[in-house]
Each structure stands twice: as structure tokens, then as C-alpha cells.
Ligand binder design. Sequence first.
Ligand code: FNR
Length: 365
Amino acid sequence: MPVGLLTLAGIERAAHAQLPPEIWDFIEGGSGAERTLTANREMFGRHALRPRTLVDVSACDPALTLLGAPLRLPLGIAPMAYHRLVDPEGETATARAAGRAGALLVAGMFASRTLEEIAAAATGPLWLQLYWLRERVVLAALVERAEAAGYGALVLTVDAPRIGRRLRDLRNGFAVPSAVRAVNLDQALTAASHRATAGRSGIAEHAREQFDPALSWTDLAWLRERTRLPLVLKGILTAEDARLAVEHGVDAVLVSNHGGRQLDGAMPALAALPEVVDAVPAELPVLFDGGVRSGTDLAIALALGARAVLVGRPALWGLATDGEAGVHRVLDLLREELEHTMALLGRPRLADLDRTVLAPWPCPA
Ligand code: FNR
């Protein structure tokens, strides 16, 4: 492996060097002043690790089963729009890489390959992310297609009643190239809305037209009636919402601030994790995303109570630099770093990663 690619930071630099600036900004950017985006990363630096010694760590095992999905490690790829922006193959390459690495892929509703193409390429667990559409028939059709194609869970994103103000995209006048489309929403888009979105950034326009900002807790029953698939809510940041999610019978919650792309000033995801974990029954999986860039970060999120962790941008850096192999490199580096961290921490099992692993950084005198 080239020395420059020994860390996710190296892969990030390589992707930055080769992507057109406006695509880099679309991927990398957050909303507003990017306070939340920056804080997502900074929060990891507030934790130190407390290694235990003289523990037999000859076999570190990060494997688990998550909502019925067997995973080689507690890692997945977060749902992201338009993988074909960075690679001609797009989501099918990502799906093959995730399967090879034994990680989960959450395909996005705004995928640039069809649900069926992604499922055909996938060799591991695959979930589908949804936004709440005004056109319920379209949403219902997507759910049916996801079931038929073998998706294992639905992830409803609840932090986007409207799309965050992403100033980099506005300044760049960013438009998704016309060759890259949200192909799974083709039926949803009338000719008029196709015209309206042509040459504009895509998601913000789709969102205004298609997303239903009236979504509330009682609507979840509608989705429940239409599917037997487990339901995960993505974008939960508070104990209050975590408790409501439990009351409404969801199967898991995903602590996320959308990678700092929605409400700027929202709590850093890692800061929100403990209150959500403490608000739900121990058996309910709490997933996490936002700012994870190393095996150490992964271990910190797991120690704070996440059952599994998703990465967003790093998967696109891998895809941009080397297609399927690049995504696989990102996932495999994270696995290697996590196992290494577990060994040096003296915590060879996932169950050993609890809050006793952590101390504040800098350590108190
Ligand atoms: C996203 N994210 C996202 N989330 C979602 O629910 N639906 C979507 O369509 C997208 N699209 C999307 C595009 C791009 C380019 C990025 C970077 C992110 C948010 C994503 O699922 C996840 O919450 C964050 O990316 C996690 O943060 P990190 O790992 O990127 O720091």
C-alpha cells in the first residue's frame, strides 16, 4: 500500500487532490459556519483511553449481529447521495467493497444506481435510507422494491424537514452533473420538477418539492403498516427523542447530525451519544455517525455505547481514489486500527468496550 494511504487522512488528501473543487466542497462541506462539522471531529480529541494490561489479547473479535445482519466488525457506510459523482460505477462498487470487508452498507434514497443494481452487487448486509416524501405512493413503492430486492432494514432520516444551508454549494453554484441522477426517484419526478432541478444542486431542490416537512411521530405507523423490515430512525440527538422513538416501537436509533450538514450549531454527534444511550433500553441498538476517521474514534464511540458506527465521507474518499478497492481500503484500515486499539487497550471483545475505557483529555492533574 502506498505510504500516503496508511491512514484515512492520507486517503482524504489523495481524494482532495484529484476531485474537482466543487465536488470536493459538496462532499466535504457542512451547513452554515460549519461549527457542527468541525465539532464532530474535535469531540473525539476530548477523550483519552485507559489501557489495561496483562490481558490475553491473542484473539480480538469485533464481529457482531446487528438487526439480524452478521457483520465482521461494528462498521457500516452511512447513506450518501450520488456515489457516481466520484466514480463512474458508484454505489455498486461501494456495495461490493462493503461486502468484502464484512461491513454494512446503507444505500441512500438519492443513490445514483437503482436499488436493484446495488442489491445485485452487494454480498453483505444492505439497508435502505429514506426521506419522508409528500408522495406517499412513491415512498410505498420504494419500500416494496427494497423488500423485494432483499434489503434488511429501513433507515428513515428525520433531521431533514428541509435541507441545511450549505454555503460552499451556494457559493460554487454547485449543480449535480446531468449524467448523475437520483435514479430511484425517477417515478417521483414529474417532467416539471425535472426541469426545475436541471442544472441545480439536486437535493435542496428535490427536498423543497418532495420532502414532507409535516412528518411527525404519528406518521411512523403508516410506514410500519407497510413493511416487516426493521425501522431505524437517523438523526436522533436528544434523550427526549430517543424515548419517543422507543415509545413508537422503532428497532434502532442512529445518533447523527448528518455530518454537520443540517442544523449548524447542533450538538456534536459524539456529545449527544451518551444521553441517547442512557435514554433507551439496553437491548435497543444505538448506532452512531459523525466524524469517525480512525479505529481509535471507532473504539471511543463504541465505549460510549454505540452498537455500531457508520462512516460517511471516508467511503467517498476511498471510492474517488480507487473505486471498489479504495472503499475496501478505508473499511479494512478501520478494521485493522480497531483490532489494534482493542488489543493495546486490553479489551479483546466488543463487550469490554464500555465507559471505563475512557478518561477526559487532557487528563486531570
Ligand atoms: C450525506 N448524508 C446523508 N444522509 C442521509 O440520511 N441521506 C443522504 O442522502 C445523505 N447524503 C449525504 C451526502 C454526502 C456527500 C455526505 C457527506 C453526507 C449524511 C451521512 O449519512 C452521515 O450522516 C454523515 O456523512 C456522517 O458523518 P461523516 O462520517 O461524513 O463525518
